[in-house]
Design a protein around this ligand. Sequence first.
Ligand code: CA
Length: 496
Amino acid sequence: MAPRTLLQFFHWYYPADGSLWNEVAKASCDLAAMGVTDVWLPPAYKGASGQQSVGYDSYDLFDLGEFDQKGAIATRYGDRTGFEGATKALRDAGIGVILDVVFNHKIGADEIEPVRVRRTNPDDRNQIEDEAFEAHAWTRFTFPGRQGQYSEFVWDSRCFTGVDHVEQPDEDGVFRLVNEYGDGEWHDEVDGENGNYDYLMGADVEFRNQAVYEELKYWGRWIAEQVPCNGFRLDAAKHIPAWFFRDWVGHMRESVDSELFVVAEYWHPDMAALGQYLEQVDRQLMLFDVALHHRFHEASRAGGDFDLRTLFDNTLVAAMPDHAVTIVGNHDTQPLQALEAPVEDWFKPHAYALILMREQGTPCLFHPDLYGARYSDTGGDGEVHDIMIAPVDCLPRLVQARQRFAHGAQTDIFDDPHCLMVVRHGTHEQPGAILILTNRDSMEKTVELGSDHADAAFVDYLGHCDEERVADGEGRLTVRVAPGSVSLWVRSDVLA
Ligand code: CA
C-alpha cells in the first residue's frame, strides 16, 4: 500500500468566492499523480457568518450549502452540488476524503430563550457561583431555512453547557447554563487549562444530553451517506469530553467504515497531556504533532544556531509515532492568525523532507506550501499586513519521492548538530534513498550502503546538487548538500 500522505486543501484566508470545491475537483487527478493519498477538506456545512465563514462557527451541520440560511445558500467554498462534485472527483482519482467537523459549539442561534445561568470565573472555570439568575440566551436553533429536512432536531438551552453572553440583564462572561446534566459541573475528561477547558465559545454543546449525543451519531452516519467519506478531522478536541469521541469514533467505524482515518485537533505541545488523552479515547485516533511543528518553527528562526540533533525532542512523532500527524503549517498557525508560528521559507524543504521521507508519522501538507497564497489582514499589532506565502518549489518532488523511495528499513544519522541524514534502505522490490540536510555550510558525508550498491551511481532527486556520485566497491557513498539546503540521493538506474 502506498504510504499515506495528506493534504489540507484550504487555509484561513482562502478566497470567500465559492470556488474551493471546484478547485478541489480540478486538482484531484494531479494530486493523485503526485502521490497525495488523502485530502482534508474544510468544514462543508453552514457557519454563523454564512459565506464569510471559514467553517469553525458551526450553525447547521445538515446545511452543506443547500438552504438559504445565514444570508446565502452556498458556503464560502461553494454549494452542495460543488461539494458533491469535489468529493466524487477525489474518490474517482483514488484519493480519500477527510471531512472536518466542529462538534464543540454552535453559533448564530435563531431565537433567544429564557434560561437560568450561574456566573463562572473565566480564569478558573471550576469556580461557579452558587447563585443562579434568570436571563435570556441565544440557544434555540430551529433552522427555519431547512424546515426539518434531513433532521427535525431543534436545539435549545438543554443542549448546551454554557454561553458567553446573556441578555436581560445584559452581561458578557462565562455562564454555566442550569440544566439537569452533570450536577452543575462542566464536562469531565477535557483539557485542564483555566481549571476546566470545556467552555470554548458560542453555545457550547452538552454531550451528556442523550438526545444531543444520538443526533451527533446520526449526523455522522448521515454525512457518510451524502458524500464519499474516508475519515474525519475533529476540531477542538480538548474542549470536548474524551468519552464522547471514544464512543463516536467507535460508532462510526462500526456503522460507516472500519478503516476510517480520524485525526483530532488537540492543540497541546505537552506529551503527558496528549498521552493521557490517547488513553482516554482508547487510542482510536491520531493527533496533530503540535510539538514538532513548534520545533520546526524554532529551528527556522534560529538558523545555523539550532542544534538539529534535538529537532525531534519531546515530539509526538518521537513518542507515539503511530498516532502522529506531522505538519509544517496549518490554518491556525499561518501568519496573522492567533496561534501564528510559521516555519520560515528556507527551512520548509528541510521540514517536509523529514516528515515525508521518514517512516514515523503520517505527513500532512498545507495548501499554501503547494500552491502559494496572498492575503491581507489586521495583525495582533492592529496594523494591516500583506502576506505572501511562496510555494515550496521542491514539495511536489518530495511527495513523489515519498511514494517512490520512502521504503524499507531506516537509519537516522543524527550525529552532527548542523547536518541530519536519513537513510531509507529500500526493499527487494522498491528502491530507497539518502536524505541529507543542513542549516549551515555545504557538507559532505559518507554512508555505508552495503555491497548491493557497490559501484552504483547516485543523483540528487531534488536537483539541488547537479553532479553524479558513485559508490565504491564496498558500497560506500559520499553525498553532498549545498549550504542551508536539502538533497535526496537516489540511484540513477531507478530513474532511467
Ligand atoms: Ca465544550
